[in-house]
Every structure is written in structure tokens, then in C-alpha cells.
Design a protein around this ligand. Structure first.
Ligand SMILES: [Zn+2]
Ligand SMILES: [Zn+2]
Length: 365
């Protein structure tokens, strides 16, 4: 696939639109750094609209409430995940699965829009403020501080959704492939739901840290003996690996009539072994983030069970290094941006960090 040359992120001054009826305005205090931010910023999916302001793990304080808002008041904490709007009328929306909105407007992603109906671009959480309709704002449980709440809004819901859909519970074994930002949440959520959890990693040096998350077993997928021992033992696998990769070694771990849910890879697999899929009746399915009600549910679950993402706080001006480290898989396990660092640096008004479009010769810095 043709890729644009990666461009560094740099500051951009822009104005957020006013808070409308039914919306709340949030001053952003924290934003998690998701692998999707990196993909989008580097145009790996070939659909980036420039300028691009990433960020969809947003937590902050409500500073303004529009007419008719009932669930939030000024001073409350609120979160925004991957979506900011949907039609609210189609079957998918009525089922609480706004991410699959099939209405004429479809769902609007928090960044890289487009906004409906005007088609303008949406700008994400690497910024100081955002306005969102209250149906798409989440309540942050008191037990969770803001920096730990942020990654739950994408990493948490994305991994929780297939576990809920496939009814993961006590007596079942969950496999988690890829133990990074999403995977380390999946391990903890799987344990909270009562399952036995097997973590699958390619980095044996991460093994101790992964065991500390509560995994019952940690397997290096290059360890042939361990892979053999665990053949056909998993009821469900949440595959969080965000790159094209070889799924076949993972398929061999699946019980008959089990499912592999792919949540972070839009780029395909190397030769998929359909023979194993047939002989073991293994389904390979996908799952996209999760609906708003389920996002609230996983926030509450994390609050109740003491589930916290492992985070490393960064300043906004450290984002380019953070991206590089994420690319090199040197992150344990989630970067969260202290958004006050963006406010400190500059004058008043809204600021954001954007990605330049190298093909237009845009330079940022
Ligand atoms: Zn994400
Ligand atoms: Zn809809």
C-alpha cells in the first residue's frame, strides 16, 4: 500500500465551534494515545483528511452545557471516546451499537469526521477543548482518576465488546493476542468477567509485566512447546495486533466452534489457513469499538473491579517521540497526554496539535 511519508505533529491554533443545544463543552485534561492515532496521522488507511487532529480517549471537565442537557452540569467530569454523533434512529443505533449506524448519516468519528451534514472535518482530543452532544459523553466513575479513565474509552471498550458479545464468563478461556494498549486492558477485563486468561506475546521480555496484570498464563508465540501444549484450548481470542500478521499460529490454539475477534487490524492477514478454520470450526470475526451504553458499562466495570490501564504520562510536545516508541513497541502500555501541557505553552484560545500533509508541502513545528 502506498504510504505518505510520516510527518511530525506540530501545533495549530483553531477555534472549536460553539456549544449547541443538547451538547456539552469540555475542557480536556487528558487524552490517551491510541495506535489508531498513529495510523491515521501517517495515513496508513489512505483516508486521512488534513489537517488531522487525532485523539479519541478524552477526559475533561464540563465547562458549558447547552439548552436541554440533563445528564451533565458544569464542573462534572466527562469522557468522549471514538464517536461524537450518529443518526440515533436506525436499528443499530436503537440497539445501542451506534458504531455500526447504518442511517443515512452513519456515525461520526471523533476525529477525521466527517461532520454531518456539512462534511466538515472533526478534530480530536489532542486539543484543549471539545463540544459533544450529551448522548455521546460518558460519566467517569468517581473511583477512577482522569488519566486512568482516558484509555478505557477506546482500549477498554474495544476489547470488552467482543467478550460481551460472545458471552465470556467463568469456565471459559480467553486468549489475548498482542499485549499493548488494548491487550493489557483485555487481560484485566477478561479476569474481571471470571475467565481464565492466556496472554500471547511476541516479546518474551514483557512476560513478567504481563503476568502481573493477572494473566493465568503468558505464552511467547515463538515457543513451539508452549504453543503445542495449549493447542485447541481457547474459547475466544481477542486479537489486538494492529498490523498485518500471520494469524495461523493463533488459530491452532482455538477450541472447536470458537471465535477469533479481530479488533485493531484493518490491513489483512498473511495467508490465512482456512483448513484450520474448517477442521476446527473456528470463526474469524471483527469487532469495532463498542456502543455508548457498553462504553459506560466497561467504565463502571473498571471502577468496580479496580481495573486500571498502565500509563505513562507525557507532555503534548513529547507526542512525536511517543509515536516512534509506539511504532517500535517500546510502550508499556499506554501513553496519556497531560493536556495542561498544551495550555501552559501557549496563549489563550483553543489549541491543538495537527499533522502536516507532506504532499501539500505543509510544514509544522
Ligand atoms: Zn483508539
Ligand atoms: Zn444510526
Amino acid at each position: 500500500m502506498a504510504r505518505k511519508k510520516p510527518a511530525p505533529l506540530g501545533p495549530l491554533k483553531f477555534e472549536r465551534r460553539d456549544v449547541r443545544a443538547g451538547e456539552i463543552g469540555i475542557e480536556i485534561s487528558h487524552c490517551g494515545v491510541c495506535h489508531s492515532d498513529l495510523h491515521q496521522a501517517r495515513d496508513d488507511w489512505d483516508n486521512t483528511v488534513w489537517p488531522c487532529i487525532p485523539g479519541h480517549e478524552i477526559v475533561g471537565t464540563v465547562t458549558e452545557v447547552g439548552e436541554g442537557v440533563t445528564r451533565f452540569k458544569v464542573g462534572d467530569r466527562a469522557g468522549v471516546g471514538c464517536m461524537v454523533n450518529s443518526c440515533q434512529q436506525c436499528d443499530q443505533c436503537k440497539m445501542g451499537e451506534e458504531q455500526y449506524c447504518s442511517g443515512p448519516k452513519s456515525c461520526t468519528l471523533t476525529y477525521n469526521g466527517p461532520n454531518k451534514p456539512d462534511g466538515s472535518n472533526t478534530y480530536g482530543g489532542y486539543s484543549t477543548a471539545i463540544a459533544v452532544r450529551e448522548e455521546f459523553a460518558l460519566t467517569i466513575p468517581e473511583a477512577i482518576d482522569s488519566e486512568h479513565a482516558a484509555p478505557i474509552l477506546c482500549a477498554g471498550i474495544t476489547t470488552y465488546q467482543p467478550m460481551k458479545y460472545f458471552g465470556l464468563k467463568e469456565g471459559m478461556t480467553l486468549g489475548v493476542a498482542g499485549i499493548g494498549g488494548l491487550g493489557h486492558m483485555a487481560v484485566q477485563i477478561g479476569k474481571a468477567l471470571g475467565a481464565r486468561v492466556v496472554a500471547l506475546t511476541t516479546s518474551s521480555e514483557k512476560k513478567d509485566a504481563i503476568a502481573k496484570l493477572g494473566a493465568d498464563a503468558v505464552i511467547d508465540i515463538h515457543d513451539e512447546d508452549a504453543m503445542e501444549e495449549n493447542a485447541m484450548t481457547l474459547d475466544l481470542m481477542v486479537n489486538t495486533i494492529p498490523y498485518k500478521h500471520d494469524l495461523n499460529p493463533y488459530l491452532a490454539l482455538m477450541k472447536p466452534k470458537s471465535q477469533v475477534a479481530v479488533v485493531g487490524n484493518f490491513l489483512g492477514f498473511d495467508d490465512l489457513d482456512t483448513a484450520t478454520m474448517v477442521f476446527q470450526h473456528v470463526g474469524v470475526t471483527g469487532s469495532l469499538i463498542g456502543g455508548i451504553a457498553d462504553t459506560q458499562e466497561v467504565l463502571d466495570l473498571c471502577g468496580k473491579h479496580g481495573i486500571r490501564p498502565e500509563i505513562e504520562m507525557i507532555r503534548m510536545d513529547e507526542i512525536n517521540t511517543a509515536f516512534e516508541r509506539m511504532q517500535e513497541e517500546d510502550v508499556r502500555f499506554r501513553h496519556v497526554i497531560d493536556m495542561a501541557s498544551l495550555r501552559d505553552d501557549r496563549d489563550a484560545a483553543d489549541k491543538a496539535v495537527k499533522v502536516a500533509d507532506p504532499e501539500r508541502g505543509e510544514v509544522v513545528g
